[in-house]
Design a protein around this ligand. Structure first.
Ligand SMILES: Cc1ncc(COP(=O)(O)O)c(C=O)c1O
Length: 493
């Protein structure tokens, strides 16, 4: 296993600071922006503007984070120029030695970090990782038996009638995944996504009284539905699913068990989620993003048991475009960072901060889905708490300097566009060095802003008014918190 080559930020400072490398990072960005500005000044201006925006607003978007300068810099270079279809040591292009090196490093770091048999670092995003996983599962469970039955080695060897039967069989498989309004993701078999067009999907929800997963109900549904594939994982569920129990359900009905840990991969990496709550030992296939709580570059990954590895490795060109070597390099850097003890402290901080946010909101009268949180997410019912739609609350919070996103709550009366909820998460603020007392002040800002917000009319679910003086005071308080916890403090643009 190669050793990490990045410099660890000082434990007292924000994880976005480069510690002893601060001067080098500052000059790297100043120089890079000069070079870009000489060709297209508007792009250089937009890059500077984005940093200014991110420094101005409290980022409570649960799926966002701040990658370290080392991760960001690993992406901006000539690795980007290389074509590398295939896998390390087995490519369709010559001259891939360095791509092999970074892809192998990313996979080795991922295997060691998560204890996985196999890791595939090529997916360009979480959606792509799920597509790779679905097609790998279909290849193993549907295509391989069809090839064996026909005595063929490859789909190209099948006669037309056998191929037609196989094509229809792909489309005839069942999936069971978490419902959208319980916190599931569109890629878990919903019609607007290709997974819903591919699979015949049924979804499990949460207990209407508690908002929690009901494993007995899921088991009953699985016995009836008999899916080929059981999917766990969420975008907006503030508790930790028990993957050992879900794996037993999958095994009983003969389903492949897949977990999409896109949101909580950082909590798995940081060993906050262990035992029954760590998906890797329990699932056949685990997919993830690398840019949310894992704090790497924008991208995805698939981890799997050895028996699925040859199928997962065919992700490109099955469903993926050519690999992005520069992003795989950044994944290797981020995974090296995540293997350090400081990342475990970071992961614990995310959860402590989420709990402080939830307690601060509840103490000030806000109603939270499931009554609180055990992970990085707090889902606030703004309809029940403040008489607002999610859309109105999201916009008012932005006026107050807080970036969130609206989200459905279970059995949401306002549907998936306007919603009745606001989802908040603590990975980004924890990266900046925020602690529980800061999150209590964030809870105060959020509730003050929403108490000062009213629907503008009885008919519009989008229009609202917010008291301008309160919004201004909230922005000032956000600025004070952010000044105490600066983003990339060494970069002066
Ligand atoms: C559970 C889950 N899976 C997959 C994705 C998709 O990730 P990406 O946006 O990287 O494609 C998301 C992101 O929203 C997610 O929350």
């Amino acid at each position: 296993m190669s050793q990490a080559t990045t410099t660890q930020p000082p434990s007292s400072g924000p994880a976005t600071s480069s510690g002893p490398n601060a001067a080098a990072v500052a000059s790297a960005y100043t120089s890079a922006l000069e070079v870009i500005a000489a060709v297209e000044p508007d792009v250089a201006a937009a890059i500077k503007g984005e940093l200014a925006n991110q420094r101005r607003q409290l980022k409570l978007i649960a799926s966002e984070n701040y990658a370290s300068p080392a991760v960001l810099l690993a992406m901006g270079n000539w690795l980007s120029d290389k074509y590398a279809e295939g896998v390390p040591g087995h490519r369709m292009y010559a001259g891939c030695e360095m791509v092999d090196r970074v892809e192998t490093l990313a996979a080795e770091h991922a295997k060691a970090l998560f204890g996985a048999d196999h890791a595939y670092a090529q997916p360009h995003s979480g959606i792509d990782a799920n597509l790779v996983a679905y097609w790998a599962i279909l290849a193993k469970r549907v295509e391989l038996p069809a090839l064996e039955e026909a005595g063929a080695q490859h789909v190209n060897d099948l006669p037309k009638d056998a191929w037609d039967r196989l094509r229809h069989a792909f489309n005839d498989q069942r999936m069971l995944g978490m419902s959208l309004d319980a916190g599931g993701h569109l890629t878990h078999g919903f019609r607007p996504n290709i997974s819903g067009k591919l699979f015949d999907q049924a979804s499990y929800g949460v207990d209407p009284g508690t908002g929690l997963l009901d494993y007995d109900a899921i088991a009953r549904q699985a016995r009836e539905w008999r899916p080929l594939l059981l999917v766990a994982g969420y975008s907006a569920y503030p508790r930790n699913p028990n993957f050992a129990v879900m794996a037993e359900i999958a095994e009983e009905v003969g389903a492949t068990f897949m977990v999409d840990m896109a949101h909580f991969a950082g909590l798995v990496a940081g060993k906050v989620l262990t035992g029954d709550f760590d998906p890797v030992p329990h699932a056949d296939v685990v997919t993830t993003t690398t840019h949310k709580s894992l704090r790497g570059p924008r991208g995805g990954m698939v981890l799997c048991r050895g028996e699925y590895a040859p199928f997962v490795d065919k992700g490109c060109p099955m469903v993926l475009g050519g690999p992005l070597p520069h992003v795989m390099a950044a994944k290797a850097v981020a995974l090296a960072e995540a293997r350090r003890p400081s990342f475990a402290a970071y992961a614990r901080g995310i959860v402590d901060n989420a709990r402080a946010l939830a307690e601060g909101l509840s103490r000030r009268g806000a109603k939270l889905v499931t009554g609180g949180t055990d992970n990085h997410i707090v889902l606030m019912d703004v309809g029940a708490s403040f008489g607002l739609t999610g859309r109105q609350a999201e916009s008012a919070l932005l006026d107050a300097g807080v970036v969130t996103n609206r989200n459905s709550v279970p059995a949401d009366p306002n549907g998936p566009w306007y919603t009745s909820g606001v989802r908040m998460g603590t990975p980004a603020l924890t990266t900046l060095g925020f602690g529980p007392s800061d999150l209590d002040e964030v809870a105060a800002i959020v509730t003050d802003a929403l108490r000062a917000t009213q629907p503008a009319s009885a008919t519009s679910k989008a229009k609202y008014t917010i008291d301008a003086a309160v919004a201004e005071a909230c922005r000032r308080r956000c600025a004070e918190l952010l000044a105490a916890h600066p983003l990339y403090p060494e970069i002066h643009l």
